[in-house]
Design a protein around this ligand. Structure first.
Ligand SMILES: Cc1cc2nc3c(=O)[nH]c(=O)nc-3n(C[C@H](O)[C@H](O)[C@H](O)COP(=O)(O)OP(=O)(O)OC[C@H]3O[C@@H](n4cnc5c(N)ncnc54)[C@H](O)[C@@H]3O)c2cc1C
Length: 373
């Protein structure tokens, strides 16, 4: 196959680039490394099976993505890349109300039939819950899901970048723009025009800007997220499970007392990358409710990132309408750390004209382009 240029070096772009390069495709990846890149800002949870979201296509994607992760991590390890930021530590879904917890428990048990990677699903009482995560407030029962994992987005991104370079991907730092031709486009980056046989747009929240020059009205919007990194005084946090309370709050423990807590979901604030008192207030008031002891830990840093959000919150991948040789993957929203590598591989397969696992028609790119009619 001829050369492919991938625009965007977040989890999606790096995954597409890696899976193409593995098949000996000549790949160039252009990344502007914008402040607010979602992947580097994120610390997150891989546990889609407890989600009460009703969209079946999303669940299908997320389930396949979660089961694919260990394969990717093993692949990276076999190349000598071991600091991936990924670890299967299990998750505690915590609730005060018995009824809601039972509902989630039954749903997860049913999902076990199709997804054995969920692992052990166990109901825990208050004392058992606190035993698994000693800093929790004493009012929560939980469901323990052993197959859940946590991942540090920044570390995973570095690992994928290393894997790309090991496979000969050429990396260019700079902001790319598209220069329209008859039924394709060239790429302009750092004042140089580059021709590409195939182009992949994997540029997250910045998608709508890049397709403007093709006369397209993109519908991806940035959703701002703030997340805090804390340092707990004890060191033995590396195997603690992630904590999933009701709503958007969560706690993700890492090694050596590092604990991430977040996140905000801020719509309609544009490209504001500031850490805001109101954002921190939301995170810390949620933390006070769930694990008040953590309020006495040290605040190490606050990350800000933009989740790329599609109109119906469903990720998409495939060919750009009207362009045979331009592809895109986007709209990964709040589950992109989970779905990014799998979507990247699915898109690489499509470009290589190989069968994927999902039907791309269920994740249509036209849903992130405003119709001209
Ligand atoms: C705080 C936070 C917590 C999260 N928690 C979770 C979680 O628990 N579980 C989960 O599954 N997901 C989580 N997510 C979501 C996940 O991180 C995102 O969905 C995912 O990282 C999006 O990846 P992406 O590659 O599409 O975009 P990005 O990571 O934003 O990458 C896009 C890249 O494209 C580059 N770019 C843009 N325009 C151009 C251009 N013109 N030329 C060159 N380069 C360009 C940008 O600079 C950037 O590097 C979280 C996100 C955040 C912000």
């Amino acid at each position: 196959m001829a050369n492919v240029i991938v625009i965007g070096g977040g989890i999606v772009g790096l995954s597409v680039a890696y899976y193409l390069a593995k098949e000996n495709v000549e790949v160039t990846l252009v990344d502007a490394d914008h402040t607010g890149q979602a992947t580097t800002a994120a610390a997150g949870i891989i546990c889609p099976w407890v989600s009460q979201r009703r969209n079946k296509k999303w669940y299908q994607l997320a389930k396949n993505s979660a089961s694919f992760y260990p394969t990717l991590i093993d692949e990276l390890k076999n190349q000598g890349i071991s600091t991936t930021g990924y670890k299967q530590t299990g998750a505690l879904v915590i609730r005060k109300e018995e009824k809601t917890l039972q509902k989630i428990y039954e749903m997860t048990q049913q999902r076990l039939v199709d997804a054995p990677e969920i692992g052990e699903v166990t109901r825990l009482n208050v004392a058992e819950t606190k035993q698994r995560f000693p800093l929790l407030d004493e009012k929560y029962q939980s469901i323990y899901v052993s197959g859940a994992a946590r991942v540090n987005g920044g570390k995973l991104r570095k690992s994928l970048l290393e894997a790309c370079m090991n496979h000969g991907v050429k990396i260019i730092t700079g902001e790319a723009s598209l220069v329209k031709t008859a039924n394709h486009a060239n790429i302009k980056v750092n004042d140089t025009l580059i021709e590409a046989d195939q182009i992949v747009l994997a540029n997250g929240s910045w998608f709508s800007t890049i397709v403007e020059s093709l006369g397209l009205n993109g519908l991806i919007r940035p959703q701002k997220a703030q997340i805090v990194s804390l340092k707990w005084k004890e060191d033995d946090t590396g195997d603690w499970p992630v904590i999933m309370p009701r709503g958007t709050h969560y706690i993700v423990p890492f090694e050596h007392g590092q604990i991430a807590a977040g996140t905000t979901h801020e719509d309609d604030v544009g490209w504001d990358t500031h850490v805001t008192p109101i954002g921190l207030q939301k995170i810390f008031s949620d933390l006070r409710e769930v694990a008040p002891a953590l309020l006495s830990s040290a605040l190490v840093k606050v990350n800000v990132g933009f989740r790329p959000v599609a109109p119906d919150f469903l990720p998409v991948f495939g060919r750009l309408p009207g362009y045979e040789r331009i592809y895109a993957a986007n709209g990964l929203g709040s589950s992109g750390l989970t779905t990014g590598p799998f979507i990247g591989r699915e898109l690489a397969k499509m470009i290589l004209r190989k069968d994927g696992i999902l039907d791309a028609k269920d994740y249509p790119i036209h849903s992130i382009i405003k119709s001209s009619e």
